[in-house]
Ligand binder design. Structure first.
Ligand SMILES: [Cu+2]
Length: 115
């Protein structure tokens, strides 16, 4: 999923009816180990610049799933942004479920993480 903002905003949160908790995460190699952490300050989206959510980088993590995600279906996700003045805006997106090996999808079930 690629996000291009019209003005400088931050992706501060997300929610989905399919999951109890949705967080924006970052994955980084630290030495030989892939580390994942929640972005506490949100994800910066500079105006006009494409920021990609993808495996091994920034991703949206679904936790506390209400039901197992089914491949080839899609879930709806609400992305919550804040601009430089702190004004909140929301965007609804449909995200296809691509069940793959851990690390293989930008959208992952947290239980797949072995870390
Ligand atoms: Cu994650």
């Amino acid at each position: 999923m690629k996000l291009i903002a019209k003005e400088n905003v931050r992706l501060v949160a997300a929610s989905s009816p399919a999951a109890g908790v949705v967080e924006v995460h970052e994955m980084k190699m630290e030495g030989d180990v892939m580390k994942m952490r929640a972005l506490s300050g949100g994800l910066e989206l500079p105006a006009g610049k494409s920021v990609e959510l993808k495996p091994g980088g920034f991703h949206v993590m679904l936790m506390d799933l209400k039901a197992p995600l089914v491949k080839d279906t899609s879930i709806s996700l609400t992305l919550i942004f804040k601009d430089s003045k702190g004004v909140e805006s929301r965007m609804e997106v449909k995200v296809p479920v691509a069940m793959t090996a851990p690390g293989g999808a930008a959208m992952m079930d947290h239980s797949q993480h072995k870390m």
